[in-house]
Design a protein around this ligand. Structure first.
Ligand SMILES: Cc1cc2nc3c(=O)[nH]c(=O)nc-3n(C[C@H](O)[C@H](O)[C@H](O)COP(=O)(O)OP(=O)(O)OC[C@H]3O[C@@H](n4cnc5c(N)ncnc54)[C@H](O)[C@@H]3O)c2cc1C
Length: 377
């Protein structure tokens, strides 16, 4: 029970949970096993209005409440982290257009909210993701057009996307102050998607690299202002960290449920596991970190809804929740013994998926770097 969460949001959670359990969960294992993009899940989430969360109604969405969005991501992650990750990255695309895009760019969101079109957020390059200022992509202006040169890597949804937000340097000599964000459409000349990247977890995420060698885009493809791309990237990533934290929260909830279920059923030495103090310690630590994680995620989401700065909260939340998930999924596997290490069990899939939450949208080291800037009285 959360003191500051209105009753209607608890009801909203129950509705999303029921939908996820009936429409998404049954296919999660197959999508993982086959490295299959979950089109059915996306279609169902679009029809249910869940993909439109975070998008204003005037663009076909379900409103901009961040707390609703994080509750939905949490519930989807509880049954299928991969579908929740697709939503989470899609939300980076939506937020970039909503915060910095022009009217024409924002009009794309209608198809995104309905699950008909997919957008990506392409910042990371093969040479590194943490050092954003060090990106090597460039955009050269000639006769009223920009020509993009370079490559990206680890771009989630790239293989199924219609739109790509690509960050490139328009003034390389200005380093981080010379980056610009561009909206690039699929099929643009000299703009290629691939190769597919085969991940340890999140195996249905259609993740790939991008290559562009003189890809032309018009001036109106710029999102925000020329040379202000770092502002765009940082604002979107900062807020986006609460989404990946809610993804980790939903996974942690499932780790706890699977662990408790097994511990209450499995017998050893004429007793059930839940009665052994070693096992109780695993479970009680899980439960208390789960409670703390939920408070942090919801508080940060509500601060965003209030229009507050969340640099500190978002970094602290991501660091805490993703690291808690890493710790407890290891213990979850331990509780399930050999079954936790067997293909086809939920715990095994969660263990493979978990590590992405400490990496995407900034590593744990990067979160500590962000937090170190607040170490002043
Ligand atoms: C499944 C998945 C999906 C992703 N999806 C996207 C996406 O859609 N779009 C996108 O743009 N990116 C995406 N990424 C990329 C992700 O954001 C990067 O992997 C992440 O930022 C780290 O970058 P890197 O992998 O290049 O590691 P590097 O930046 O090379 O870092 C390697 C290691 O060094 C550490 N390190 C680096 N610099 C420092 C420093 N100054 N001080 C201390 N430690 C340091 C890092 O923390 C890390 O431990 C995705 C990644 C994964 C795994």
């Amino acid at each position: 029970m959360i003191a500051f969460l209105p009753k209607e949001l608890e009801e909203f959670r129950l509705k999303v949970r029921k939908f996820c359990e009936t429409s998404i969960e049954k296919n999660a294992q197959r999508w993982d096993e086959n490295e299959e993009f979950p089109y059915d899940s996306l279609r169902a989430l679009g029809e249910e209005g869940i993909l439109g969360l975070g998008i204003p109604e005037e663009y076909g969405g379900a409103g901009t409440s961040r707390i609703k969005l994080v509750i939905a991501i949490e519930e989807v992650a509880r049954v299928d982290p991969n579908s929740a990750f697709i939503m989470e990255v899609e939300s980076l695309f939506d937020q970039t257009l909503l915060l910095f895009g022009n009217e024409k760019q924002k009009s794309i969101l209608r198809d995104v909210a309905a699950g008909k079109k997919i957008g990506t957020f392409a910042l990371t390059e093969p040479t590194g993701g943490t050092d954003v200022a060090g990106i090597k992509s460039t955009a050269k202006k000639e006769n009223g057009k920009y020509y993009l040169y370079g490559s990206k890597y680890f771009i989630t949804n790239a293989l199924v996307a219609s739109y790509f937000i690509v960050f490139a340097k328009t003034a390389p000599e200005l380093k981080s102050k010379g980056i610009t964000a561009f909206l690039v459409e699929k099929g643009t000349e000299n703009f290629n998607v691939g190769p597919k990247i085969h991940l340890t977890g999140f195996r249905g995420s259609a993740i790939a690299g991008l290559q562009y060698n003189g890809a032309p885009v018009n001036e109106d493809a710029i999102i925000g202002k020329e040379n202000e791309g770092i502002k765009v990237a940082m604002a979107v990533l900062e807020r986006g960290r609460v989404n990946i934290s809610s993804l980790a929260l939903g996974m942690l909830q499932r780790v706890y449920e699977e662990s408790v279920k097994f511990a209450n059923y499995r017998k050893s030495m004429e007793n059930t596991l839940v009665n052994f103090q070693f096992i109780q310690q695993y479970l009680t630590d899980m439960l208390s970190d789960l409670e703390a994680s939920r408070l942090m995620v919801y508080n940060t989401a509500m601060l965003i809804d209030q229009g507050q700065q969340v640099g500190l909260n978002a970094a602290a939340t991501k660091l805490f929740v993703s690291e808690a998930l890493m710790k407890h999924v290891k213990n979850g596997v331990e509780i399930l013994g050999g079954y936790g290490y067997t293909r086809g069990t939920v715990m095994e899939r969660l263990a493979r998926d978990a590590h992405n939450t400490t990496l995407s949208l900034g590593t744990s080291e990067a979160m500590r770097m962000v937090l170190s800037k607040y170490l002043k009285l």
